[in-house]
Write a protein that binds this ligand. Sequence first.
Ligand SMILES: NC(=O)c1ccc[n+]([C@@H]2O[C@H](COP(=O)([O-])OP(=O)(O)OC[C@H]3O[C@@H](n4cnc5c(N)ncnc54)[C@H](O)[C@@H]3O)[C@@H](O)[C@H]2O)c1
Ligand SMILES: [Zn+2]
Length: 348
Amino acid sequence: MKKCLIHTEKPYEVVIGSGVSGKIGEYLTSLGLSGKVLVVSDTNVAPLYAEGVADELVYHGFEPSIFTFDAGEESKNLSTYGDILAFLAEDEFTRTDTVLALGGGVVGDMAGFAAATYMRGIHFINMPTSLLAAIDSSVGGKTAVDLPQGKNLVGAFYQPELVLFDTDFMKTLPYDEIRNGLGEGVKYAVLEGGEIFDILSDGLTSDNLEQFIYLSVEAKRRIVEEDEKEGGVRKFLNLGHTIAHAVETLTEYVVPHGLAVAYGVRMMARFACERGELAEEQYAKIEGLLLANDLALELNPISELIPYFAADKKRAGDMITLVTIAGIGDCRLTKLPLDELKSYFGVE
Ligand SMILES: NC(=O)c1ccc[n+]([C@@H]2O[C@H](COP(=O)([O-])OP(=O)(O)OC[C@H]3O[C@@H](n4cnc5c(N)ncnc54)[C@H](O)[C@@H]3O)[C@@H](O)[C@H]2O)c1
Ligand SMILES: [Zn+2]
């Protein structure tokens, strides 16, 4: 078992390990919580794990109920959010009660936003069950729902009181979802270098999983602690994301986010090589890592992506701020003229 302590305005622990979900009641008790707990989950995760979590809570004197919604990003909307709030109100939850997210990033984002806003904020516990949620969305305090006009347009910064990731949950996670999480893992590997890069280069196994998640959470911790509300260094987490968002828009989200991020990181590495900023040998290592993890997506022609860069929110006038790769473990925030990107990608 491993623990990270996240020193945000409201400090909290991230606990990672095999079987830790069986201790959820103990953890909540030690945080001084009591009373009602709404376990929010989706239709894939709830049948696997919700009863077990609820039983454990009952055993420790809590009064759990389970709210389940249809799995998938399509559910991350105002309507499901409203249903969660209505459930809380009808069951007369008060500010001393708790919302517990049990699921991937969709569950965590939405349950977190409900916890942040119901009665102006009630206790919130996050139990991520996907790799992506474990290494990315459960840390940092961002909560949100989508609008028809765009993803994550409504939300709040709200830190959980505990994040508990049971590595045994990975046993039921479909291969595509593992790959999706690994795509975000590539981001940390290139930002940090060192052990996390080596683990992913060798390939994730049940033996190094806990350490990989721990190192990823630590990487995100260092960044969000420095920049809780996203003004400065948190921008490094956007590595590969400008290109990823363009790929997602262009393919109408057929390419999953993690795969798009891996592609974005690879393109940024290639771009850095062409600019003479990254050694070919370092590029080869990054490419090797992507190949080892089945993340080397081929997309052509890249020039189709350019109009989408122009719509990126990191753009200001004719300049765009990108996270560029000067080396493995050495990334920079660089303001670049859009024209340079265009000519690199072969657009007139
Ligand atoms: N808050 C943040 O900082 C942040 C960061 C990155 C992503 N996100 C958000 O996270 C969401 C994506 O998260 P995700 O990839 O976890 O998606 P998800 O929650 O939809 O989970 C992916 C799929 O895996 C299933 N699943 C999850 N855990 C499982 C398990 N243990 N066994 C079997 N099936 C399981 C889910 O039911 C779902 O079908 C997006 O909405 C994105 O905007 C938020
Ligand atoms: Zn991402």
